[in-house]
Design a protein around this ligand. Structure first.
Ligand code: ZN
Length: 599
């Protein structure tokens, strides 16, 4: 057995996954709300027997202890291997790493780290960074300690210095620089007379490195300070293998411990807001790096806390972004507050003006719906009929999306009271909004390709066979009905053939022994159906009856398809078509349908 298998053997998947998400025992398996997609009813299943997991909800992800860790922490296989090896105390050989050394992600982390060191050196030690350093220290009031903590840097404006350093000194290839988003092919004064060459992506900007929560440098955000500049005031690394817009926060690596400790995360808009907060000892702060929160970001932050304080810029754009963020936060059932400091445009400015009042505002954060409530009431006249209408049109769509029913009712009642409108009327309006939402959802769902009825039934049938204590009996009964049925899911047909073979020499079904003969490529299909959540049956007879009904419905669908095909051939005058065949098939169809009506 190799190290990978040894490690897998040593770790119990149930206790391992329990460290990340709460698991609940359900029959032979454990269940949980899937951590990889948004859902309300648990469809994430862990099997202690097979030491695997699978999600039967929207994301359909699954695998073993390695794939869970890779998915959960967004790791490469080699990284997951290293972590699990450490946990089990198993020594890895050099060959175990080979696969990962060439891994592109690892390469990008390394080259980004080299770029970070370069930028930081330029800012703190080199004359090319002197102006920028002066700006940060004098105008932005950042001290050396903050510059070190956040590893802030400066990209020289010549536009080739970083590329030259990475290629000549660090021996990276041009393609590596481009892959990491640090450079691009272009023409510039510094690439020589009209010739195209590699140019630095960031030029003349203060560089804020973006770390993931495991301290890998995934990209950079560059802020222009020297006028005039081209491009926006801020530019970010373009999407690469390791950096995806809207999937991370600035500052999470330094803030995550404090977030866990205080069980609260303050979310601000910009890097400088995070850094200013840090400078006055408020350290559970991250920046959204975009406009509104995305589902990926909410999934990430929810690993550390369920309490979010939205502290976006105090302008219209910030308010709109906060409102849009509520939707995604509510989907995860988070508690959401905000802090009030109306006189300044953002956290950074508020801290510069009066750090003590800012700290107070942070401590006295209020439920965000209270804030939205009073903001809306102060914007319209609540005593006039169209004022009432405006207020309800603004607030109801927000309140209907609150996931907790008690919180939701609290605000609906408050609205009814303050508008002097019956709760009945409010409830009617809510219903209208919810109906519209349902229709929107339905349209969305209809657009997502649905599994054919046949595929759904095949999934169910194979699960019924594999999960029964007497698999042979169920299989025999079903095969007697299915006859020459052709499976839509080819791997299932193969699994069933292997089962038939298996039962030639054994009457009892032992998955461990069966998996030894089953080809590797069919293992995932087997595991998935072996874990598939089945309903509870009163007794064995009901179980068999259900299996037979599923088989009969599949057979019916199959026969109908055949009849259609042959009839079409007859119509088009195909000589191979046979009238008698259609007659036979129709007779069989009638008798199969009668099987379905058995209850
Ligand atoms: Zn899922």
């Amino acid at each position: 057995m190799d190290e990978v298998a040894q490690i897998r053997e040593r770790i119990d998947i149930v206790s391992f996954i329990s460290e990340y998400i709460p698991l609940k025992k359900m029959g032979r398996n454990f269940k949980a709300i899937c951590p990889f997609h948004n859902e309300k009813t648990p469809s994430f299943v862990v099997s202690p027997e097979r030491q695997i997991w699978h999600c039967f909800g929207g994301c359909s992800k699954g695998g073993d202890v390695y794939t869970f860790l890779m998915e959960y922490e967004n790791l490469e296989f080699v990284e997951a291997l290293r972590i699990l090896a450490k946990r089990t105390g198993i020594q890895l050989r050099q060959s175990d790493f080979q696969a990962g050394v060439s891994g592109k992600k690892e390469m990008i982390y390394k080259i980004n780290k080299a770029a970070l060191d370069f930028y930081h050196y330029v800012l703190t030690k080199h004359k090319a960074g002197k102006k920028a350093l002066g700006y940060l220290v004098e105008e932005r009031k950042l001290d050396e300690r903050l510059i070190e903590t956040f590893m802030i840097g400066f990209s020289p404006k010549d536009g080739v210095d970083l590329s030259n350093y990475l290629i000549n000194k660090k021996k990276y290839k041009k393609e590596d620089l481009i892959e990491a988003g640090l450079a691009f092919y272009g023409r510039g004064p510094s690439t020589g007379s009209g010739q195209a060459g590699v140019l630095d992506f960031f030029r003349g900007r203060v560089m804020f490195p973006l770390f993931d929560h495991r301290d890998n440098v995934v990209g950079f955000s560059g802020r222009a300070i020297l006028e005039p500049y081209s491009g926006g005031k801020y530019i970010n690394t373009r999407d690469t293998l390791v950096y995806h817009k809207g999937s991370m926060f600035f500052g999470l690596n330094t803030a995550k411990e404090e977030i866990k400790k205080l069980d609260k995360a303050i979310i601000v808009e910009g890097e400088l807001d995070v850094i200013s907060c840090f400078s006055i000892g408020v350290k559970n702060v991250v920046a959204v790096k975009g406009t509104a929160l995305t589902e990926n970001q909410v999934a990430l932050i929810s690993r550390f806390t369920n309490n979010i304080c939205l502290c976006f810029d105090k302008d219209d754009a910030g308010y709109e972004a906060a409102k849009r963020s509520l939707l995604v936060l509510e989907k995860k059932g988070m508690n959401i507050t905000t802090c009030i400091f109306e006189e300044s445009k953002d956290a950074d400015e508020a801290i510069k003006k009066d750090p003590i009042s800012f700290k107070k505002a942070i401590k006295k954060d209020v439920p965000i719906y209270d804030f939205i409530f009073s903001k809306t009431f102060s914007a319209f006249e609540k005593d006039k009929i169209y004022g009432k209408r405006k207020i309800s049109e603004e607030l109801l769509p927000i309140f209907t999306k609150i996931s907790n029913e008690i919180v939701k009712e609290h605000y609906l009642k408050k609205l009814s009271l303050d508008l002097d409108i019956s709760l009945d009327a409010i409830a009617k309006e809510v219903e209208k909004i919810e109906k519209k939402e349902v229709i929107k959802e339905e349209i969305k769902e209809a657009k997502i390709e649905k599994k054919e009825r046949k595929e759904v039934l095949e999934d169910y049938l194979l699960a019924l066979i594999l999960q029964n204590g007497n698999a042979k009996k169920i299989l025999d009964r079903c095969l007697a009905i299915l006859k020459n049925y052709e499976f839509k899911t080819v791997s299932y047909e193969k699994i069933i053939n292997f089962l038939v073979d298996y039962f030639k020499s054994s009457n009892t079904f032992n998955p461990k022994i069966f998996l030894k003969v089953l080809p590797k490529e069919l293992e995932t299909a087997f595991d998935t159906q072996y874990l598939f959540p089945l309903p509870k049956f009163e007794d064995e007879e009901k179980y068999i009856l259900e299996s037979e009904k599923v088989a009969a419905e599949l057979r019916t669908l199959f026969l109908k398809e055949r009849i259609k095909k042959i009839s079409l051939k007859l119509k088009t005058g195909d000589r191979d078509a046979d009238v008698k065949k259609v007659g036979d098939l129709e007779k069989e169809l009638a008798s199969t349908i009668s099987l379905l009506s058995k209850a």
